[in-house]
Write a protein that binds this ligand. Structure first.
Ligand code: GTQ
Length: 355
């Protein structure tokens, strides 16, 4: 009876009546949940983002060509966006995060501004350029991590004789999601240098801080440190690698910490480094944080879901939420990564599966 009823729908047929109801409701911005529930509340994450690898050399060539055509001053920030091929038009590398490659040529200044977005810089090449954060310069060396936490003034400059390129990691799509973007330009191109370079590292980067009773010291108390030099993180990572066997799913891995609270470096973004001994292959692991990885040293392969990528020095890889990742090191490999894990942990959302 049911079959014949659906074959010959009458105006009293429940399906036809439902469709008519939907059509009537639509102009009032009302929709039936039961038609979309399964795609809204999925049994496991379904990311529109796709795994992708950017080889460094061709990206660098395009960036240097842009450098011939537009100045850092004109562009405000001369950056090539690493947009996820599954998220066209979004300027996002995963739905919550942004990635870009920024170029500063000798003598240039990227003018001073501040915004509610948090940013990290990971130096890809060049030496002795700087990011100034609230009037204090961090002198940037290859593979240093430099933060510009939200609402702190920052400008970038290059007093060296060579191009400087770094990876920008920002929470632009997260701030867009919350509709909480504010930004302003300083009236001068560069903030005056009010604090000697390296001051905050010496104050806060050594498990110390000035004693002021209940009064705050000069940096924001919740975000005192903004420079994590390669020379320091590399020494710690290699010491860990010498001291213990690699974790089967991660290799040797260390997270960058905010010394104020022992948590991730910024409220929305976590960052870490990994070491894989030559010949080591990780077991597959899934995690809900969308992650961007950079090859600092060595070569190998990455399997992300069904896709496989060869990785060379300075290549960039995006691993969207819940895609299983396996890394195999052809030589000793060192990687840097950042992800939205910091935000997900606060929201009680972060999960991983070790396969
Ligand atoms: O250096 O402040 O790649 O504001 C995108 C937005 C870099 C920056 C980006 C930014 C910056």
């Amino acid at each position: 009876m049911d079959g014949s009823a659906s074959a010959t729908r009458t105006p009293n047929d429940p399906q036809a009546l439902l469709q008519a109801l939907y059509a009537e409701m639509r102009p009032h911005s009302l929709y039936p949940l039961w038609e979309v529930l399964a795609s809204l509340v999925t049994p496991s994450p379904r990311s529109a983002a796709r795994p992708h690898r950017w080889s460094y050399a061709p990206a660098r060539d395009y960036l240097l060509r842009a450098g011939d055509l537009i100045s850092a001053e004109q562009a405000e920030r001369r950056v090539l966006i690493l947009e996820n091929p599954g998220l066209a038009g979004s300027s996002a590398v995963v739905p919550s995060l942004y990635a870009g490659l920024q170029l500063i040529l000798p003598g240039e200044v990227a003018p001073c501004h501040r915004h509610t977005q948090c940013a990290l810089r990971f130096v890809m090449e060049g030496d002795n350029a700087f990011t100034a954060v609230d009037g204090e310069k961090a002198v940037m060396r290859p593979f240093d991590l430099v933060l510009t936490p939200n609402w702190q003034w920052h400008d970038h400059g290059n007093a060296s004789g060579a191009p400087m390129i770094w990876l920008d990691g920002l929470d632009i799509p997260t701030v867009r999601f919350y509709e909480a973007s504010f930004a302003e330009r300083l009236h001068e191109p560069a903030h005056s240098e009010t604090i000697p370079s390296g001051d905050s590292m010496r104050r806060y980067g050594r498990n110390l801080r000035p004693m002021r009773g209940t009064a705050a010291d000069r940096r924001p108390a919740h975000q005192p440190l903004f420079h994590y030099p390669y020379a320091e993180w590399r020494e710690s990572l290699l010491a860990l690698a010498a001291a213990e066997a690699p974790d089967p799913h991660l290799g040797h891995a260390m997270e960058f910490l905010n010394p104020a609270d022992g948590g991730p470096v910024m409220p929305t973004i976590a960052a870490h480094v990994r070491h894989l001994p030559a010949g080591f292959e990780t077991r597959p692991r899934q995690a809900t944080d969308g992650t961007v990885l950079v090859v600092v040293e060595g070569h190998g392969t990455a399997r992300v879901g069904e896709a496989e990528y060869r990785l060379e020095e300075r290549d960039l890889l995006v691993v969207p939420s819940w895609q299983s990742l396996t890394l195999a090191a052809g030589s000793r490999m060192v990687l840097f990564g950042y992800s939205d894990r910091a935000a997900q942990e606060k929201l009680g959302l972060f999960r991983e599966a070790r396969l």
